[in-house]
Design a protein around this ligand. Structure first.
Ligand SMILES: *[C@@H]1O[C@H](CO)[C@@H](O)[C@H](O)[C@H]1NC(C)=O
Length: 243
């Protein structure tokens, strides 16, 4: 299975920057550090509706990915999907219920729910689903309802100019939607989309299970990109009080 992902090019700046003024700092020595970080992260996610070029953070609503290719498998969903010009809506509505910075174990853990994520792309597919040959190009929307996520992000610390910058090594996200709704429009053959959409929607669980790992990989890379962009500019000393 192959997953290719291309981001819309981001602006890259190398100088150190101040964190945004509305970013809420928490004190590492305070007894309510944990709940403070959760509140701060909750608010921080909502602030991503606009881009922060100084932190190399793109706008997250919509969040744009120029290309995602997901390879075929040997299961009942045997097709290659190439999505281009993807726009994701609803990512800033993430309702975090846990966000923990563990400095000793050098790991961040988070979990939460996206009420609704909407992904709109142009697509090119080649292959079969069940018995139906579904080659074609078109555009489509995938809606993920009440998408539960859980993520573990181990990091290493690097020192620069006397400050500590975490570098997140990996992201292991699990994604678990309550419902997935597919709406594809085939440009060449409208009748085909009329036939395929009900099949997709009646079998959404099996179909989603098949591609879930690939989608999780895409999300992992987006998450890593966001946290590493932020923490390549903002050190622990700037993000947290410790006096
Ligand atoms: C395809 O694109 C058209 C025009 O942008 C849009 O109106 C339509 O809703 C899209 N269809 C799907 C299934 O996303």
């Amino acid at each position: 299975m192959r997953t290719v992902l291309t981001f819309v090019p981001l602006l890259v700046l190398t100088s150190c920057v101040k964190i945004p003024p509305n970013f809420h700092k928490c004190n590492r020595k305070s007894p309510d550090f944990k709940s403070c970080v959760l509140e701060s992260a909750k608010k921080g996610v909502r602030e991503l509706v606009r881009p922060y070029p100084e932190l190399t953070l793109p706008r997250m609503d919509p969040f744009e990915i120029s290309e995602v290719t997901i390879g075929g498998s040997d299961g009942p969903v045997n097709f290659q999907q190439k999505f281009t010009k993807c726009k994701f809506y609803g990512l800033v509505d993430l309702d975090l219920d846990d966000f923990e910075f563990n400095f000793e174990k050098k790991v961040v853990k988070m979990s939460g729910v996206f009420p609704e994520v909407r992904m709109m792309c142009d697509y090119e597919v080649k292959g079969k689903i069940l018995v139906l040959q579904i080659d074609g190009i078109g555009n489509g929307t995938v809606i993920l309802k009440n998408l539960k996520i859980m993520d573990v992000l181990p990091f290493e610390e690097t020192k620069r100019m006397g400050r500590t910058f975490p570098k997140f090594k990996s992201s292991s996200i699990t994604i678990d939607p309550e419902l997935v709704v597919f709406d594809f429009l085939n440009h060449d053959n409208r009748a085909l989309s009329d036939n395929v959409n009900p099949i997709f929607n009646n079998n959404w669980k099996d179909i989603f299970d098949e591609v879930k790992g690939d989608y999780a990989n895409v999300v992992d890379r987006v998450v890593l990109n966001v946290v590493n962009s932020f923490f390549s500019k903002v050190s622990f000393e700037e993000a947290f009080d410790s006096a």
